[in-house]
Design a protein around this ligand. Structure first.
Ligand SMILES: [Zn+2]
Length: 377
């Protein structure tokens, strides 16, 4: 049992609590607040003006009320394993890329991220680091913590510390014996073996020298990935040694085919269908795998070569409609498009002589356009 000391909106200051605030990249604990009026979820624990508050919705308590706090121990344990795994993983990465810098940590009970700055991080280095991290976990190395003064901390050359971010005079050092020393305020396992496994679930490049390394500390994700890889290999009739080169070749082949198809399609846009609607000549066609620019040029040429004409070219691949009208037609391409777009799920616009839009419903575009042209007359 403990007591409510003060209430600040939906935030309660309690006399005692096993729950921790966020720290060292680790999010705050969750828990349950047991009161005489019922149980409530504690979703967040925050520090404000030097006091610790538990964020609880709908409890309507007052100072002096007696309550009980139960920590979500399962979540805390997962975060503790994740956090210890993070120390081991970062040190393992540092041994592959000595210049690597930790920009931000995003710890979560399921999947976490390290945001790092490094000269040249590659899958090869990631795999080597992952392997070292798991050897370190298996070696069962003791993890200890001790408080030392900030000056002593600065004198330790092998300590990972962002001294400017630490406000206290003392520093809490987490020591993975002989492997890594880091200043940190989170929770950690007593032995590396408790982490179980570190598995890199994703590796993203975020622009120049910036990377996100995502990881998990249970093997479920690893088996999911292995399952995908095996299914895909079997589908492609491939095997581990050839898998990556085979996919890479397929991608190159596809790019080459698209390029050839585009060249072949150039010829297909020469001939347009023609139909008189009143005294207006409608020139139209439906195309696939044609460059947008080629279609725009073709529409412009069609209305230049033909008096009192409108050209309507449909790009089925990109789901785009291009409209051009000749100057002597008296038509307004933009106004026609405005009437047509609601019928074809279109979005776009243009000028009097030229307009274009994307569409979602492409089956009856030319039919709908003809009806509009008839009414226009
Ligand atoms: Zn830590």
């Amino acid at each position: 049992m403990t007591k409510v000391l003060s209430v600040f909106g939906n935030m309660l200051e309690l006399d005692e609590s096993p729950l921790r605030t966020a720290g060292g990249g680790q999010p705050a604990d969750n828990g349950i607040l047991k009161t005489k009026k019922g149980y409530f979820d504690i979703k967040e624990v925050v520090k404000k003006d030097g006091k610790v508050y538990h964020v609880v919705d709908g409890a309507s308590l007052e100072a002096g009320d007696e309550v009980e706090v139960a920590l979500d121990e399962d979540r805390r344990k997962k975060l503790t394993r994740m956090h210890t795994g993070e120390h081991i993983l970062f040190q393992s990465l540092k041994r592959q890329c000595p210049d690597i810098e930790l920009d931000k940590i995003n710890l979560d009970e399921k999947e976490s991220s390290l945001f790092v700055v490094a000269d040249d991080l590659s899958w090869e280095k990631i795999f080597t680091a992952e392997s070292l991290a798991n050897d370190t976990i298996k070696a069962g190395i003791a993890v200890t913590e001790q408080k030392i003064s900030k000056d002593d901390a600065k004198a330790l050359s092998d300590l990972r510390i962002k001294a400017d971010r630490i406000k206290d005079d003392s520093v809490r050092v987490i020591d993975i014996d002989g492997f890594d020393k880091s200043a940190c305020s989170g929770t950690h396992c007593d032995n590396t073996s408790e982490v179980g496994i570190v598995y890199i679930s994703r590796f993203n490049s975020l622009g120049k020298n910036r990377y996100e390394v995502r990881f998990v500390v249970d093997d479920k994700e690893m088996f999911n990935h292995a399952r995908l890889a095996r299914e895909t290999m079997s589908f492609l009739n491939s095997e581990p040694g050839r898998f990556v080169s085979q996919i890479s070749k397929m991608k190159d082949d596809l790019d080459e085919m698209k390029k050839r198809l585009r060249e072949l399609s150039k010829d297909s846009i020469r001939v347009l269908s023609e139909e008189k609607v009143g005294d207006i000549l409608l020139l139209y066609g439906t195309f696939e795998f044609v460059d947008k620019k080629q279609l725009i040029d073709r529409a412009a040429l069609a209305v230049k070569e033909n008096e009192k004409s409108i050209a309507a070219l449909v790009n089925l691949t990109e789901k785009q409609l291009i409209l051009a009208v000749s100057e002597d037609s008296g038509l307004d391409a933009s106004a026609i498009l405005d009437i047509l777009m609601p019928k074809i799920g279109g979005k776009g616009g243009g000028k009097k002589n030229f307009a274009m839009c994307g569409f979602t419903e492409g089956n009856a575009i030319i039919h709908d356009l003809k009806e509009i042209l008839i009414k226009f007359k």
